[in-house]
Design a protein around this ligand. Sequence first.
Ligand code: ADP
Ligand code: MG
Length: 250
Amino acid sequence: MLSAVKVRKHYGAVQVLKGISLTVDAGQVMCLLGPSGSGKSTFLRCINHLERVDGGRISVAGELVGYAERRNRIYEMNPREVARQRRDIGMVFQRFNLFPHMTALENITAAPTGVRRLPKQTANARGLELLDRVGLADHAASYPAQLSGGQQQRVAIARALAMDPKLLLFDEPTSALDPELVGDVLDVMRQLAADGMTMIVVTHEIGFARGAADEVVFMDGGVVVESGPPSSVLDNPQNERTKAFLDSVM
Ligand code: ADP
Ligand code: MG
């Protein structure tokens, strides 16, 4: 479902991604760990066309994404192609980024009715179904300000699901939440994983990674330092940097 080959990205003189190669199979969950500044968000942003890569290539569901290096040049897809691809990639951010002037249900149906041109009734029915799935059936008419951070994040997940993404990216989805609200969000994510959604999750929640990830990738300084099943990377790390990081978050 996702393939990244030698992805490079720099900002000015700072090389942020120094050749990231990894793959995620359909239905698999990859948890991406690493210290602040290691390039995790940048990598997700490259997958989702929010950034252009400087080298290497990324493909989603077998199709090259946005920009790709060919014969040492970066080729760019036409904007309509890019827009079409972006619809297949859902993203959930640390700060939920809901539209404050729209209800929970309106937040969820905005893209399906606007971008996919789904009839309003169909989108509403599906939106209510998704709200139920994230445990918020009673909050369709609530505005973001009336919801807790955890509830807002679950609306954001439902909003991403409403576009039927092939791939769902999470960038520290629980980092901005009060501790008592984290569990409900992780439960929703575990359920999605169990339902077969392909997910890349940047998180410091080691317990979630241990239980839900098929593969754990540890990044530091713009490179993949270590990767493998949770049982090896989390419980038997080989690299000193991985060990030090896990000691700091566990
Ligand atoms: P992480 O998500 O792992 O904390 P990021 O991908 O956010 O790391 O950032 C990696 C590095 O790139 C950091 O040093 C950060 O300061 C830098 N960086 C990120 N975005 C930008 C940007 N838009 N312009 C300049 N530097 C950036
Ligand atoms: Mg980040």
